[in-house]
Ligand binder design. Sequence first.
Ligand SMILES: C[S@@+](CC[C@H](N)C(=O)[O-])C[C@H]1O[C@@H](n2cnc3c(N)ncnc32)[C@H](O)[C@@H]1O
Length: 419
Amino acid sequence: METCTLDGRVYRLHAISLPPSDGEQATISCLLNPDLIPLLPNPLPPTCPPPSTSTSNRASPPNFSILQTAHKGAGIFAARPIEAGELIMREHPALILPTGKFPKEVYDALADRLPEKRRKELLAMANARSKEECESEVEGIVRTNALMLELDVKGVIPEDRREVYGGVYPFVNRANHSCGPNAAIKWDLASLTISLYALRDIAEGEEICKTYVNPALPRATRMSILQKNYRFRCDCPWCNIRRVPCPNPDQGSESAGTEEDFTPSELAQIASSDADRAALGSWIYTHPGYTKWWSDIARPDSLVISSHLSALSLIEKEGLHGLQNLFVEEIAMCYAMLGSLEGFREWGTRVVKLCKVEDPDMARRFEEWLEDPERRVKRWGWRKKQREQQSGKKRTASADDDEAMEGVGSFLFPDEDSD
Ligand SMILES: C[S@@+](CC[C@H](N)C(=O)[O-])C[C@H]1O[C@@H](n2cnc3c(N)ncnc32)[C@H](O)[C@@H]1O
């Protein structure tokens, strides 16, 4: 079988060759709209970052192990302490395919085209679907595990012909769900890899979890999506408020409570968590931000920093570290505008650490700035100068001064208000 048709659309089976890994020729087995095929690298250049899921192709031993849990199947655990921002593993998908229900033969043909070792890794993955729902074991595995992929970042395929694609990863997909995840994923089209990285410091032995749903949704909605799509009842500390958050919830002995078990005070805690999550989800639209603040001298100097610190403390409470980077970056930039070397160094260093995998360009930019912030950050100390000018301590900062700063380093945020 080379092609198949679904809802009048033609799809082609396609294999992408990867640089050999562990001495074996690696392949991604794909089902693609033929228009997408020329957009994807094939073969992948050997210079691309290699996957890092096994010991043999890493300079240092992996920082994770895959272990059996008590009631969630397999899971990923920290083999040593892992720092916020650190890479945990990088992996190519075994399969790439569009959403939609294809005949059994299509799923089986996709798996059969993988090298034997990879095929076995795929077939060992979790399948939360019954035989009645998914006749093919491979389809069940796809429906339990596939993560959304962006294959056409440049928007080459016209809007009305675009499809949603998913990737299946025998190692990264072992990460179980938490509504307060300590890890997240980042897809990179150029290397066709997904990276799993730490959102906060993770202790040795702690389970490494990502979120399967938008964690800003209310608990009841999260639970119903998880039940519908993945067939489990979430037992994370935020869904089961009686369980004290612990490093490895899987080792907890209490069983998850049911809706009816909750006392009025527990229900109030759930409502408060829902409200905090909703507030965080829309924080940047409802609270002061750096872009409007930096040049508006009528606003207090501490306005954005104190608002962002409140957001970060809610993030800590709800375990939503996936939302923290914007707040950390903006606090660093506020300190730059206030001319505070100490503040900029503290928060800028956090940006570098947190963005290493998630946003390497941002990490590099802050690294450069941190070498000589006063010269490299454009408009360094601008608000401080304005205040000094206001209080008459200094003569008006001349336009020449400002112009002399133009072109020194690059500036993170646009001059125009956009928030
Ligand atoms: C993508 S897989 C995760 C890895 C899986 N545990 C394994 O053995 O490969 C998703 C499945 O893992 C289980 N799972 C993930 N997170 C869970 C959680 N927080 N509580 C219970 N089961 C969970 C569910 O069975 C779900 O359908």
